[in-house]
Design a protein around this ligand. Sequence first.
Ligand code: G1P
Length: 297
Amino acid sequence: MKKITHAVIPVAGFGTRMLPLSKSVPKELLPLGNRPAIHYVVEEAVAAGIKHIVLVGHAQKSAIENYFDINAELDNQLRHKGKDELADSLNWLPEDVTVSMIRQGKALGLGHAVLAARPIIGKHDFAVLLPDVVLDPFTTDMSANNLAFMLDAFATDGYSQILVDKVADKDVHKYGIARLDEKLSDTNDTNDTNEEINTNASFKVAGFVEKPNLADAPSNLAVVGRYVFSNHIFDYLASTKASVGGEIQLTDAIDALIDAYGVQVTIMRGNSYDAGDMRSYMQAFIYFAEQQLANNE
Ligand code: G1P
């Protein structure tokens, strides 16, 4: 199977959980330590071999596209002052990587946002990275990251891959939750969220429930926000109707993909941080800043 080189990052959310910080600054550009949150997400994609990144946003999000562009005036100014090293550090994106932006138009949900990237993605298979979730870049080897594992698994078996991680009971209502076959849910249905998982593994998944009550949750395995999709997902998204929260849910299109082609979940390795929720964002900021201070960054 052909190597995946395209990724979609939906950035159209208004970030209401991050107000007032996100009132005039896109939440994706809020800092985690010394870099904007989305910097780490794009870095993760690039480390996994992604070459074409499509941001799906709206008028108030163009600063994100600018962040990944070269600011020629600033570059000249810095080099003129002999600050070449600083100028070079701003141009860290490899030359063969492109970042483009397309607009979602109407805000009809995550599934709708992913579908909005279709004119650029075309017939390619592709990855999706949700920028609210930032995977810990300090403890996980970036050259062997979760996304890279998922891309390899897709290339080998042809199954779309969805990254999942165990969450505490109190948090299941915030996520898409995986329903596995019986054998696996016996071994995984536990509240132990501290268990360190050192290797990735992929398993067939029976379905997903979007933001269930605890009583209806089929497991504790939550969708973390990293997906690798065969191009067929676009056809299912195009016919998906609004459901939970009145939105066109990616989860519903995934269920249709499971029925037709089968899908696997990849168990996450390392830690993830929710940069889209004020409390966990503040904790993440402290963690990232402490790591960078310790590394003299
Ligand atoms: C989205 C997905 C959900 C997933 C979550 C991860 O929800 O719909 O399945 O678990 O991202 O952050 P959102 O947080 O955008 O409401």
